[in-house]
Design a protein around this ligand. Structure first.
Ligand SMILES: [Zn+2]
Length: 431
């Protein structure tokens, strides 16, 4: 509702071309690079990029369209480093992915992409799909303007051992998922290299490797390593040949240490990290992407809907432990990037983790930095997103009042702009 109101009040109803200038008045502007809030600013947007940020007292160039967000806090678009936009991955039935076609998975992805963008998340790192390369298609459709959604980096397929954390499991032992769901299965260092090459040739931006068992994969144990350090290193080396990096799913301390020593860019989950693992991450500059919100969601919905006992038990074993590790990591100065595992809980609630990060040791500004400039650094995209700075994409969001006093406010976005285009809840977009 607020979005439409804003549209009527603020948007100059002229047809604007890419070269036209828009001036966004910001009552409060969050400068995540400096970690400070500036009042009464104007952001000049030309085409899809930010041209300048100036004081509200400076003259606005003639002919510029003006969007008045004087009563709002304006921030850079948020970034979720751990999202699964393709298909429906959280359910009572671990074999559910087998009941959907690739086309259905893609259409579901379209819906999830829109919900994510409307929630103020203008960039996501999509951290894996069972059916290979549907994420590549979604990313490309968004970039072409066919589908409304966030900017995406995609993993293409899971690099996993056979029957491991990245497989569809819970099936009878003589039933195999289709080949499209097993593109990343690799059982030796040589096979890892082969799969990494195939996945990157298939259009992926980075590699997701499953270094330990998982909460949601039946028959696997979160604490148990599933790859050797040499096998993970093979993925890191091969990805580096293509100019990219590896993100490692790792719950158990041993699996985390192997992945960090092997040179992965980020540890996903990290639930059972011990002090040695955190120290190692700090030393190597490894990003910690800890999804500390969704355990509560899984626990409540899972019990209500009768999810398998194994999943609920593993969720309990990792949820509080992960929050303890997170608090230590914050205190130690480990690099932390914002990732929520959206898909495990409904898409569009991605901001729900921000208050959790404050509860477990961050300042509100640190939490916002983790979801903007730091997340951009973790993706290697700090040259284009993550802050409100000249030359970067005009990805802006706003909420009424002073957002930093209560990050729960970010659950209700009042304004979303991606690349200079304003997006509305009815699925339309306006420049
Ligand atoms: Zn995940």
């Amino acid at each position: 509702m607020m979005l439409r109101t804003l549209l009527v009040l603020a948007l100059i109803p002229a047809v604007l071309t890419a070269q036209d200038l828009t001036a966004v008045r910001a009552g409060r502007l969050i400068d995540v690079e400096r970690g400070e809030v500036r009042t009464s600013q104007v952001i000049l947007v030309r085409g899809d990029c930010i041209e300048a940020v100036q004081a509200a007292t400076a003259a606005i160039p003639k002919g510029a369209a003006v969007i008045d967000l004087s009563a709002y806090t304006v921030m850079p678009g948020l970034i979720d480093l751990h999202a699964h936009l393709i298909g429906d991955i959280a359910s009572a039935d671990p074999s559910a992915p087998l009941t959907k076609s690739g086309a259905q998975d893609a259409m579901t992805g379209v819906k999830h992409a829109r919900a994510t963008l409307l929630a103020g998340f203008t960039t996501v790192r999509d951290i894996g799909t069972y059916r290979a390369y549907v994420d590549v298609a979604l990313r490309d459709a968004i970039n072409e303007g066919t589908v409304l959604g966030p900017r995406m980096q995609v993993a293409g397929a899971y690099v996993t051992v056979a029957g491991g954390a990245g497989e569809v499991t819970g099936l009878a032992p003589d039933v195999l998922p289709p080949p499209e769901m097993r593109r990343g299965v690799a059982n030796s260092a040589d096979e890892v290299r082969m799969r990494v090459r195939e996945i990157l040739h298939g259009g992926a931006d980075f590699i997701k490797i499953l270094a330990t068992g998982a909460v949601f994969t039946m028959g696997t144990t979160p604490g148990a390593p599933e790859y050797t350090e040499a096998e993970i290193r093979a993925a890191v080396e091969e990805a580096a040949n293509y100019g990219t990096y590896v993100a490692a799913h790792a719950h158990g301390a041993e699996g985390i240490k192997r992945a960090v020593r092997a040179g992965v860019r980020s540890i996903e989950h990290g639930s059972l990290a011990d002090d040695e693992a955190l120290t190692l991450m700090k030393k190597h500059g490894t990003w910690f992407v800890a999804d500390i919100y969704n355990g509560d969601y899984t626990d409540s919905v899972g019990h209500r809907e009768g999810w398998p006992e194994e999943i609920l038990r593993k969720n309990t074993e990792t949820t509080e432990a992960q929050r303890v590790a997170f608090r230590k990591a914050v205190a130690m100065g480990v690099r932390i990037g914002y990732g929520t595992d959206s898909g495990i809980y409904p898409h569009g609630l991605n901001a729900a983790q921000l208050p959790y990060m404050v509860k477990y040791g961050m300042t509100p500004m640190q939490a916002l930095q983790s979801a903007t400039i730091d997340a951009a650094r973790a993706m290697g995209w700090e040259d284009r997103v993550g802050s409100i700075a000249p030359g970067k994409f005009a990805d802006l969001i706003a909420v009424k009042g002073d957002a930093l006093t209560d990050l729960n406010r970010l659950m209700q976005m009042d304004f979303v702009m991606k690349g200079g285009v304003m997006v509305w809840r009815d699925g339309s977009a306006t420049r």
